[in-house]
Write a protein that binds this ligand. Structure first.
Ligand code: HEM
Length: 289
């Protein structure tokens, strides 16, 4: 058994039944995983230097060094803080949602999207609530209560106008488009409040919501387009420029903004990921209502 070294001030970024994500200002990129049954998790010791053993995967190394891409390439190298946000987000997916997911699917919306039984009414509610969330995010960025928010203006990822076009299309087809419901209203309210006093935590939501739509959103879009929209492709999933380029520009901006953050700021941002998933899951659930 290799020796264990105590890393002062290490803290849990999040915990779930079998794993804890730990971070520490004393570790370079400082995100590690400790199975809960490991003695390390109880004592908050980390194993150094970062090595993968049968039960313990904790390290001083950077996440992308431990998680090479499918072809073994060091995916993410040089991506900075965004790679940490992605790392935490991917673990919070269920195994059914994404190959890198580690959570167990419990609720229907956490199951494999192919197995979903969406309804048109439910999907419309999802679009209405999504629009409120994107309206709110885009207003916050526009008003820029903190100068860093201004960096994210005119990214080409904005969804508010696209959603307005989709909802108008439904209206013209004779569908009743209702008012936002509790999941969207609650999330929008939370985002507004958070953005006024905690930019790091807010930016976690900003990252997750926009990147979720570009990844999982496309899987959902395929299912909905085929099964309930008679192959009508919605604007929500279309971008006016090359999406991978837009995402990369956004990653670069996020990394640049995060360069000025302390380790505590970064940890607070990472810790917020769970909330982002919880709020967004409640909105996704509308599709199946
Ligand atoms: C039905 C639900 C969902 C499905 C099927 C899904 C699926 C996926 C998949 C397959 C990826 C990997 C994309 C890739 O690397 O090529 C991904 C990435 C991601 N997802 Fe999800 N996801 C879902 C929900 C969510 C939620 C609720 C959030 C957070 C609010 C989220 C945030 C993200 C983020 C931040 C990424 C990283 C994107 C990137 O690196 O470009 N996802 N998702």
């Amino acid at each position: 058994m290799a020796s264990l070294a105590l890393i002062p001030q290490s803290r849990f970024v999040f915990q779930k039944p079998n794993l804890s994500i730990v971070s520490s200002p004393n570790v370079s990129s400082s995100v590690g995983i400790i199975p809960k049954d490991s003695p390390c998790s109880k004592t908050r010791f980390l194993k150094l230097p970062g090595k993968v053993t049968r039960n313990v995967v904790v390290s001083a190394e950077k996440p992308w060094e431990r998680y090479p891409g499918p072809g073994g390439e060091t995916k993410g190298k040089g991506k900075g803080f965004v790679e940490e946000m992605r790392f935490v987000a991917m673990k919070l997916h269920t195994r059914e949602q994404a190959a890198e997911g580690e959570m167990e699917a419990k609720a229907p919306e956490e199951q494999r999207v192919e197995k979903w039984e969406p309804t048109l009414d439910g999907y419309l509610k999802f679009l209405v609530d999504s629009k409120l969330v994107y309206d709110t995010l885009e207003e916050i960025i526009e008003e820029a209560a903190f100068p860093s928010y201004g960096e994210f203006r005119n990214s080409g990822l904005e969804r508010s106008e696209k959603l307005a076009m989709d909802l108008e299309w439904f209206r013209q087809k004779g569908y009743a488009v209702g008012e936002p419901s509790a999941p969207g209203v609650t999330y929008a309210h939370y985002l507004k409040q958070l953005s006024d006093h905690d930019p790091q935590a807010f930016i976690c939501h900003f990252y997750n919501v926009y990147f979720a739509n570009s990844a999982g959103g496309r899987i959902i879009s395929n299912k909905i387009t085929r099964e309930i929209l008679d192959n009508k492709e919605l604007e929500f999933y279309k971008y006016d420029a090359d999406l991978s380029q837009l995402l990369q520009t956004m990653r670069d901006k996020l990394n640049k903004v995060a360069e000025n953050w302390s380790r505590d700021d970064k940890n607070r941002c990472l810790e917020e990921t769970q909330k982002s998933f919880k709020f967004y899951r409640n909105i996704l659930r509308l599709i199946l209502s």
